[in-house]
Design a protein around this ligand. Structure first.
Ligand code: CDV
Length: 316
C-alpha cells in the first residue's frame, strides 16, 4: 500500500536584527503559497523563524530580551500566516521564542508549534537540548546564549496522530542527540519536523566550516534510518548581521538518503512526494524494536547524564 504525501521545507535566508516581524511573515506566507502550488500538505519553517538568531547577542535589559519573544500564538502579526495556510489547507511547523507566565512565574522557551492543514493548533514542543552558555564569553567570536535566554523545555518529545501521519518535532541542537529521535521512534513516529539555526563557526574550537554541514547531515541521516522515519530539517541560513549560518535544509527518507535539499542560503522551498510506507520494511526487519531492542541493557541511558556522573549531580 502506498501512502504518498507531499512534504515541504521552507528554508529562510537571513533575518536581520532590523527586519520587522511583519516583513518576515510576508516571506513565510509567500513560501506557504509556493508550497500549496506544489501540492504540499505540510511545510516546515526554521527554529526562531520570526527574528534574527538573537542568542548571539549579549542582552542585559529584560525588556529588550522580551521583544524577541511572542506572548501568544497566533499573535496579531502572525495571524495572517495562520489564515493563509488554512485557506490553502497546508499544515505547518513554526519555530519561535515563547514567553509565558506559568507556575506563577515568567518563563521563556525556544518553541515550535504544529498546525494541521485544517488550521488547528495541535501540538507544541519546547526545546530540550539547549546549547551554549549562561555567561558572557569574552574570548568567543560571538555569543551563544541559549542557556541564558531559555528555560529547558518541559513537554518531552510527544508524537501527534495527525490526519496524515504520526508527526513529532524537535529543534536544532536536539538533532545531535540520538535520544531525541529514539523517544519519538518508540511512539511510532513517521515524520519528524525540525528547524535549525547553526552558525558556520564553532565558538569553542577552531573547526573547519565544512564539518558543521557534515555533522548536521550525519545526525539527521542516521536518525531517519535508525528510527525508520522521514525527517524534514530546515535552516535559517546565510549572513545575519555579519554572522554566517549554514543552510543545507533537506528532506531525509527512512533509508537515510537525502530525498531533497536546498541549493541556496536564501528563502527556498524544497519539496518531496514521500511514501510513508517506505519505512515498513525497515520497521519490520532490522529495526523491529519490539523484537530486537534490549532495554534491560540500556539502564545507564536514563540513570546517568554523563560518563561517571549520576543523574542530578551535574550542573547545567
Ligand atoms: N541553535 C542551535 O541549537 N544551534 C546549535 C549550535 C550551537 C551548534 C546546533 O546544534 O546547531
Amino acid at each position: 500500500m502506498n501512502r504518498k504525501i507531499i512534504l515541504a521545507g521552507a528554508q529562510l535566508g537571513p533575518v536581520q536584527r532590523s527586519d520587522s516581524r511583519r516583513h518576515v511573515v510576508e516571506r513565510l506566507i509567500s513560501l506557504v503559497e509556493d508550497a500549496a502550488e506544489k501540492g504540499a500538505r505540510w511545510v516546515v519553517f526554521p527554529e526562531l523563524s520570526l527574528t534574527t538568531f538573537f542568542p548571539r547577542y549579549w542582552l542585559d535589559d529584560d525588556a529588550e530580551i522580551d521583544r524577541f519573544f511572542e506572548t501568544e500564538m497566533p499573535s496579531p502579526t502572525t495571524s495572517a500566516l495562520f489564515k493563509r495556510a488554512r485557506e490553502l489547507e497546508v499544515g505547518f511547523y513554526l519555530g519561535y521564542a515563547e514567553l509565558v507566565q506559568e507556575a506563577g512565574h515568567k518563563q521563556r522557551f525556544n518553541t515550535a508549534i504544529l498546525v494541521d492543514p485544517m488550521g488547528r493548533q495541535i501540538g507544541k514542543y519546547r526545546k530540550v537540548h539547549l546549547p551554549g552558555h549562561l555567561d558572557y564569553l569574552p574570548t568567543a567570536p560571538f555569543q551563544h546564549l541559549e542557556k541564558r535566554y531559555f528555560d529547558v523545555g518541559d513537554l518531552g518529545f510527544p508524537v501527534w496522530n495527525t490526519v496524515d501521519a504520526k508527526i513529532g518535532m524537535c529543534i536544532c541542537n536536539d538533532r545531535r542527540w540520538p535520544e531525541t529521535f529514539r523517544v519519538m521512534g518508540l511512539q511510532g513516529v513517521e515524520i519528524v519536523m525540525l528547524g535549525y539555526n547553526t552558525p558556520s563557526y564553532n565558538i569553542y574550537h577552531e573547526e573547519q566550516p565544512h564539518l558543521r554541514m557534515f555533522h548536521n547531515r550525519l545526525s539527521v541521516q542516521a536518525a531517519a534510518y535508525q528510527n525508520a522515519c522521514w525527517i524534514i530539517a530546515v535552516a535559517k541560513a546565510g549572513c545575519e548581521d555579519a554572522h554566517a549560518l549554514i543552510g543545507g535544509s533537506c528532506i531525509v527518507a527512512p533509508t537515510g538518503e537525502i530525498a531533497a535539499q536546498a541549493m541556496t542560503e536564501k528563502d527556498e522551498l524544497i519539496v518531496f512526494e514521500a511514501d510513508l510506507e517506505l519505512s515498513s520494511y525497515i520497521r519490520n526487519t532490522v529495526f523491529d524494536f519490539a523484537r530486537h531492542r534490549r532495554p534491560e541493557h540500556y539502564g545507564l541511558i536514563v540513570e546517568r547524564r554523563g560518563a561517571g556522573a549520576l543523574l542530578g549531580k551535574l550542573e547545567s
